[in-house]
Write a protein that binds this ligand. Sequence first.
Ligand code: AMP
Length: 112
Amino acid sequence: IMKYDNENIFAKILKDKIPCDKVFEDEHVLSFKDINPQAKLHILIIPKKKFIDIADFLENADEEYQSSFWSSVNKIIIKLELRDKGFQIKAHKGKDGGQEVFHFHLHLLSNS
Ligand code: AMP
């Protein structure tokens, strides 16, 4: 079983050890632009707590934390005016899912 790597790139962003192009931040999440955008808008949303991937998050984050996380996701959708225009949300899980950074994150993409 995989262990959370404290030196992963998003852990370093959370610790301010490397910079990011921040879009939104609150108590529970940080959101910033993807360095290699796959759409006109491509941002990443990460919980501040340490989860390796979406399965780890769904299994191990308590309900209150999960609910706060999704509420922050909703704030971002509204703030970026995507609510009515449209968007995609993706999560890569594991090697076969194409995951490269092992701190749980959502991709939020839109061509609006
Ligand atoms: P994945 O783990 O497959 O969801 O992919 C990780 C994503 O993080 C890719 O889309 C990368 O372009 C993006 N990424 C990697 N390093 C950084 C960084 N320092 N700042 C912003 N985005 C990054």
